[in-house]
Design a protein around this ligand. Structure first.
Ligand code: NIG
Ligand code: FE
Length: 421
């Protein structure tokens, strides 16, 4: 596969040393040097160019970063990248005063995207998701978790997951698939919720695992979606079928989903905008990652940001993701929410960059392969048009990376005018 020497970096932020919690989240992880060597898709070394280039062969390709910031490729650990249609009309209704839950409970919201997704073919879903995934790559994201959850019939959920699998084969973006059949009770089951839960546990989960289409299962445990008992039933069936667990909880109402996720050993519990003290305490001593989604809070015009500082200070593992989806956060990528994310969550740039790299990778069971620039790990790298991490976050606006590298290959190059002289 060859070699790539990345050199002349202004700063190499490595995120080395494994997942981070508490004060360690804010410790700077910067390589002493300006160069990085990749061979056969893996990182060989990071350090001063004079040392690193000695390890390179004659045919080594080079990428001169011109003094720019080098980071691990961003890992987006919560997205709904595959779906049909658009909810721009609903965005305008919300601006005029309608709430997200009112629209959802009135048959719009997720239900609207379910109608559009059912009407789309697998090829349609793949081509719209491919466009979004190309934007992700151009913004420095090299791995993304992708959820189903807009089909809500066995065939339509399988269709979404097959599209996600094809996406991962066609693009250098690494895709981690999650079955989210428990995203909403579809309207045809409104009066027989138990039958839908049984469909999830007895038919959909076995069908998804038989085809090996998902690594994780997720449930939207909140007002208007699934209650705690239903959530427990779905997660237990998923776990018994060999899936790892994630959970949407405490976005609108704290029903106890966070405590349940920790009790069941879930890899992550996501949103946490209205998490209680009991929820924070449960997360504090656990390996369940608190995945915060500040872009969603901004996009919904809410002021209930997840209590990032309390979670970090309590010792919870914190990651941040885009939650890209057609309704509650139509953000182009994780990069676009870094500056508002730090502003509203009151995290430092270093904390945030660890949260979207190594901690996000850990939540996806990939801390050994992704999320940091260390020898032996995948050479997934983002180069941003900023001198260092502080400047990356201070620059609110340039969203594209200057270069993105996946498995040691340059997969995206941009030449925007420089924002900083
Ligand atoms: O994470 N909250 C539930 N699910 C998504 C939104 C899905 C939608 O509105 O289409 C979320 O925000
Ligand atoms: Fe979500």
């Amino acid at each position: 596969m060859g070699e790539l020497l990345i050199y002349n970096a202004g700063q190499i932020f490595t995120a080395a040393g494994g997942p981070r919690r508490g004060a360690a989240l804010a410790e700077k992880t910067v390589a002493a040097g300006d160069a990085l060597l990749a061979r056969d898709g893996l990182i060989v070394a990071a350090g001063p160019r004079t040392d690193v280039e000695k390890l390179a062969g004659a045919d080594c390709e080079v990428l001169d970063c011109g003094g720019r910031l080098v980071t691990p490729g961003l890992v987006d650990c919560h997205t709904h990248l595959v779906y049909g249609g658009s909810r721009a009309d609903e965005y305008e209704r919300r601006l005029a005063g309608a709430s997200y839950l009112e629209i959802f409970e009135g048959g719009g919201g997720i239900h609207a995207t379910v109608r559009d997704t059912r009407a789309a073919s697998e090829d349609d879903l793949l081509s719209s998701a491919r466009r979004r995934a190309e934007v992700f790559l151009s913004h420095g994201t090299t791995a993304a978790e992708v959820k189903s959850g807009y089909g809500l019939t066995t065939e339509d959920e399988l269709k979404m997951l097959r599209a996600a699998a094809r996406l991962g084969k066609e693009l250098p973006l690494k895709i981690i698939p999650t079955f989210l059949g428990a995203h909403a009770i579809p309207s045809e089951y409104a009066d027989r919720r138990d039958d839908f839960v049984a469909l999830l546990t007895d038919e959909m989960i076995p069908a998804v695992t038989a085809e090996g289409l998902a690594e994780y299962a997720d449930v939207f445990c909140d007002r208007g979606a699934f209650n705690v008992d239903e959530t427990r039933a779905v997660l237990a069936a998923a776990r018994d079928a060999g899936l790892k667990l994630r959970l949407h909880a405490d976005e609108f109402e704290p029903l106890g989903g966070t405590e349940l996720a920790v009790e069941m050993g879930a890899a992550s519990v996501d949103h946490l905008a209205v998490v209680t003290t009991a929820g924070i305490d449960a997360l504090a001593g656990s390996d369940t990652v608190a995945v915060l989604l500040p872009g969603t809070t901004v996009f919904l015009g809410s002021s209930h940001f997840a209590p990032a500082r309390k979670l970090i200070d309590a010792g919870a593992l914190v990651a941040v993701a885009s939650d890209h989806n057609p309704g509650s956060c139509h953000a182009a990528s994780l990069r676009t929410i870094l500056t508002p994310g730090t502003t509203y969550l009151k995290m430092t740039p270093t904390e945030m960059l660890h949260a979207v790299t190594i901690n996000a990778a850990y939540s996806l069971g990939r801390a050994d392969r992704l999320g940091s620039l260390e020898p032996g790990k995948a050479a997934d790298v983002a180069v941003f048009d900023a001198a260092d991490v502080d400047e990356l976050f201070y620059d609110w606006g340039p969203t594209r990376a200057w270069a993105t590298v996946a498995d040691g290959k340059v997969v995206y190059r941009d030449a925007p005018p420089r924002f900083n002289p």
